[in-house]
Design a protein around this ligand. Structure first.
Ligand code: SF4
Length: 243
């Protein structure tokens, strides 16, 4: 069977199993689409976290500051305190302030709506100019969630799960963009947002960085890392023969 079909089948099965295991992981789109700048700021909260945690952090940010200019002129510590307990709050705060500063210097406002009308590829290319605040994940996020295109944002927790599943090679020499393109090739556009949401919750709840809970994982029969991990645990648990 061609490798691409194997990868596609594996990820399809994984997504279905995770959706069943974490039915609340999939989050509906907001009633009103967020303007482009706000979607980028939301992406800075969402990368490396779950939808629920990012929603809560983003809501605290909106509540604590009058407008985006007040966020821009605040310190990293002040914004970070508002974002906490979102993990990596300090780094996210630095990124959000950096983005607002870059946009302000470029546009003398916080309005990126002009970029919104440029067409998908051009908008994505222009967003990458904001190097302080825009990562590959953020560009893929806005393509998936607000620009109506097909992209799968890949953050570190999602990549960890994909590596353990053997879908992304350990120490893969390709660039992140190349890895993302290979995943986008096997996940249909309509399934993209759900894939992103369930992977994030799985990475937080079961496939944690340290000591993943493989015995409780619905993917453990198809996951090379999980199979090895469980076999080792079973070996460790066997009583030692007395001589
Ligand atoms: S079996 Fe273990 S390593 Fe594999 S996806 Fe599940 S939790 Fe992660």
């Amino acid at each position: 069977m061609p490798a691409i079909t194997n990868k596609q089948q594996l990820l399809t099965q994984c997504q279905a199993a995770l959706k069943k295991r974490f039915p609340l992981a999939v989050v509906d789109a907001p009633d009103e689409p967020r303007p482009l700048l706000e979607e980028l700021i939301y992406a800075a909260c969402r990368e490396g976290s779950t939808a629920a945690d990012a929603d809560a952090g983003y809501a605290r940010l909106r509540k604590a500051f009058i407008d985006w200019n007040e966020v821009r002129v605040s310190t990293v510590q002040e914004v970070g305190e508002v974002l906490r307990p979102l993990p990596g709050a300090g780094g996210r705060s630095k990124r959000i302030i950096g983005l607002l500063q870059e946009v302000f210097e470029d546009k003398y406002s916080f309005d990126l709506s002009e970029l919104d009308k440029k067409g998908l590829k051009d908008t994505a290319r222009k967003l990458r100019f904001y190097k302080e605040g825009v990562t590959d994940y953020a560009v893929a996020w806005v393509v998936q969630r607000s620009l109506g295109g097909h992209a799968i944002p890949l953050d570190e927790p999602t990549l960890r799960v994909l590596r353990r599943l053997g879908v992304v090679e350990e120490g893969e020499p390709e660039s992140l963009e190349a890895v993302r393109a290979s995943i986008e090739h096997v996940i249909a556009k309509a399934r993209g947002p759900e894939f992103t949401d369930v992977m994030s919750v799985h990475a937080k709840e079961l496939c944690t960085e340290k000591d993943p809970d493989c015995p409780a994982c619905p993917l453990n029969r198809d996951c090379p890392y999980g199979i090895e991990h469980l076999a080792k645990k079973a070996g460790d648990a066997k009583p030692k023969k007395s001589r």
